[in-house]
Design a protein around this ligand. Structure first.
Ligand code: UDP
Ligand code: MG
Length: 332
């Protein structure tokens, strides 16, 4: 059964990776929060290659409630890409990405919509506090936001996840950004438009465990920094320049001293220190160039961002995303 696709006002996008334990409660809370708003909505769930019963549960929910739609990706592509797929499939006049683990309270949607009706294009929800997260996670998150704030020419709001409302204008702009490295928080900020924020206390994950270990978070941070700043690339020119000046001064000192005092054999320690230091700096700077180069390569290959195995609940007209991303479309 298909719902009338024309006048969907709100699309809620939920990327899901192994979230079977959260699905029932998520829909219960979401629908309880959405129904009183009296708007026509759809819930676009993107199954990001889950290994548990997430897809089965989603299809069951879709059968009972056609407003729940399912996009099943061909494998796990990561949250940023899953979100991109959801944004491509959503047709609402406003779009809200939300986590499946209920860390983004659905009750806030009413507030987001109210701000949107006031005329804002982007309403983001900023965390006033984070519950149930270790001091290490909070510290690293803080360091990350501070670093990216200093490096990025566009301000990326602190303590703000992907939970936000995006107007159709913003969504259409986002869909035109061809980049592979999709650091969504940055892209949402980059597009600009009229932005405002609301505050909330971020609760703990309802069930299950986070999929973001520190290694994944570190790479996420690298993605963010490399896609929004050239500072790590440029800093080496200045560093090299300073080092060359210092070496010139030191070389002059050595030459003059040798001329005056004659050849002085000891010098092993200073030689070793210089060689090792310079070797280290060169490798580090090469590594950083490598980080950028790898991402350039990724982009140049031009592979589709994601592949869809099948989807449930979409009319064929609503496939307004690049056709290359669909392997097989199963209407339901
Ligand atoms: N997620 C996803 N693909 C992934 C990892 C996570 O779609 O590879 C989804 C996940 O199901 C959840 C959201 O992204 O809905 C946030 O993930 P998580 O709660 O693990 O992250 P955290 O809240 O710890 O940052
Ligand atoms: Mg979470």
């Amino acid at each position: 059964m298909l719902v009338d696709q024309d006048d969907v006002e709100l699309s809620v996008i939920v990327p899901m990776y192994n979230e079977e334990q959260n699905i029932d409660y998520l829909f219960e809370r979401l629908i309880a929060a959405l129904n009183p708003l009296k708007i026509k909505y759809e819930i676009v769930c993107v199954n990001d290659g889950s290994k548990d019963n997430t897809l089965k549960c989603l299809i069951e929910h879709h059968r009972r409630n056609p407003a729940i739609k399912v996009v099943n990706l061909s494998r796990n592509f990561g949250k940023e890409i899953a979100l991109t797929a959801g944004i491509d499939y959503a047709i609402g006049a406003a779009v809200i990405p939300i986590d499946a683990d209920l860390q983004d309270p659905p009750e806030l949607i009413a507030e987001l919509i109210a701000k949107w009706r006031e005329g804002y294009d982007v309403v983001y929800a900023t965390r006033r506090s984070r519950q149930g997260e270790s001091w290490l996670k909070r510290l690293t998150a803080k360091m990350f936001y501070q670093t990216i704030e200093r490096m990025s020419p566009v301000p990326i709001p602190r303590n703000t996840g992907d939970f936000r409302l995006l107007d159709r204008r913003v969504v259409d702009t986002l869909k035109q950004l061809p980049e592979h490295n999709r650091f969504m928080k940055g892209l949402f900020a980059w597009v600009g438009f009229n932005q405002t924020s609301i505050l909330y206390d971020r609760p703990q994950r309802y069930r299950g465990v986070t999929k973001w270990n520190y290694w994944r978070l570190w790479n996420f941070a690298l993605d963010g920094i490399t896609s929004f700043s050239f500072v790590p690339l440029k800093v080496w020119s200045y560093f090299g320049l300073t080092l060359s000046l210092l070496s010139f001064l030191y070389a002059s000192f050595l030459i003059i001293r040798t001329l005056i005092l004659g050849i002085d054999i000891p010098g092993y320690a200073s030689l070793m220190v210089t060689v090792l230091f310079l070797g280290g700096v060169q490798l580090l700077s090469l590594g950083i160039i490598g980080e950028y180069l790898g991402r350039v390569y990724e982009q140049v290959k031009g592979r589709p961002l994601y592949l869809v195995r099948e989807c449930y609940g979409f009319s064929s007209e609503s496939f307004n995303q690049p056709a290359q991303n669909i392997i097989q479309v199963q209407k339901n």
